[in-house]
Design a protein. Structure first.
Length: 239
C-alpha cells in the first residue's frame, strides 16, 4: 500500500502535469482547428444555457479557489486568518460553488444522454469527460462532511503541503497524505487524471479562454474608411 501511495501521490502528479503541458502544445501545433469546445447549442439551447452557466461559474471558482488555497504557503495568510477559519471558509464557499457546478454538470450530462440528436453527435470522449467531471464534483462535495470532523485545519494544511511539495519538486510529498481518507485521495487522484486527459478532449478550449485576456492589453488598430473618409480606432483582434 505504501508503494501505491508513493506512486499515486509522488510520481503520478508529474506524469499528469507533463502530459497536460506537452500534450496541449502538440495538439495546438498539429490540430489547431480542434482547439474548441464543440458546442451543441444549435441542437438544443435551453438546457445548455442553464447547465453551462451553472457549471462554469462553479468550476471556475473552484479552480481558482483550489489553486490559491493549496499553493499559498501557510505563513502568508497566518497573520490574517487561522487555519481552522480558512478551512471553514473553504468548506462554505467550496460547498456552495461545488453544488452549483454539480447541478450544472448534471444538467449537461442529462441533456447529452437523453437527447437523441445530441447523443449521436457526441464523441465518446465528450461523454466520458462529463462523467468524470460529475464524479469529481460529487467526490469534492463528499469531502465536506469529512472536513467538518476536524475543523482545526490540520488536514487542509497537509493537502496544501503536499501540493506545494509537488510544484517545488521537494521530496516527502506522499508521506503527507498517508493518513488522509480514501475520499480525499480519490478526489485528488481523479483531479490529476483530468489533467492527464486534458489535451485529448474538448477541455483544451480552456487555454483559449485564458488567451482571450490578451485582447485587453493589445494596441488599437487605426482603421480608415474610404467611403466616409473617417478614422476609427478599434482593438487589433476585431476585424
Amino acid at each position: 500500500m505504501t508503494t501505491l501511495n508513493d506512486f499515486l501521490f509522488g510520481i503520478y502528479p508529474y506524469i499528469c502535469l507533463t502530459v497536460f503541458l506537452i500534450g496541449s502544445l502538440i495538439r495546438f501545433d498539429r490540430d489547431q482547428y480542434t482547439w474548441k469546445s464543440d458546442s451543441s447549442q444549435l441542437l438544443r439551447a435551453g438546457q445548455l444555457r442553464w447547465g453551462s452557466n451553472l457549471f462554469h461559474v462553479g468550476v471556475l471558482f473552484l479552480l481558482f479557489g483550489h489553486s490559491f488555497g493549496l499553493l499559498t504557503p501557510h505563513f502568508i495568510y497566518e497573520p490574517f486568518i487561522s487555519a481552522g477559519a480558512k478551512q471553514l471558509l473553504a468548506m462554505v464557499s467550496g460547498g456552495l460553488f461545488g453544488l452549483l457546478g454539480f447541478i450544472g454538470i448534471s444538467i449537461l450530462l442529462h441533456r447529452r444522454l437523453t437527447d437523441p440528436r445530441i447523443r449521436v453527435n457526441s464523441k465518446t470522449s465528450d461523454i466520458v469527460l462529463l462523467w468524470l467531471l460529475w464524479l469529481q464534483l460529487a467526490l469534492g462535495l463528499g469531502t465536506i462532511p469529512l472536513s467538518a470532523q476536524h475543523l482545526d485545519g490540520s488536514m487542509m494544511l497537509r493537502l496544501a503541503e503536499w501540493a506545494q511539495h509537488i510544484v517545488t519538486f521537494r521530496a516527502g510529498a506522499p508521506e503527507l497524505l498517508a493518513e488522509a481518507g480514501w475520499t480525499f485521495k480519490a478526489h485528488m487522484f481523479l483531479g490529476m487524471s483530468i489533467f492527464l486527459i486534458f489535451p485529448f478532449t474538448r477541455l483544451v478550449h480552456v487555454w483559449s479562454g485564458f488567451g482571450s485576456v490578451a485582447y485587453v492589453v493589445r494596441p488599437y488598430q487605426v482603421v480608415r474608411s474610404r467611403r466616409l473618409g473617417v478614422t476609427a480606432r478599434k482593438p487589433l483582434g476585431n476585424r
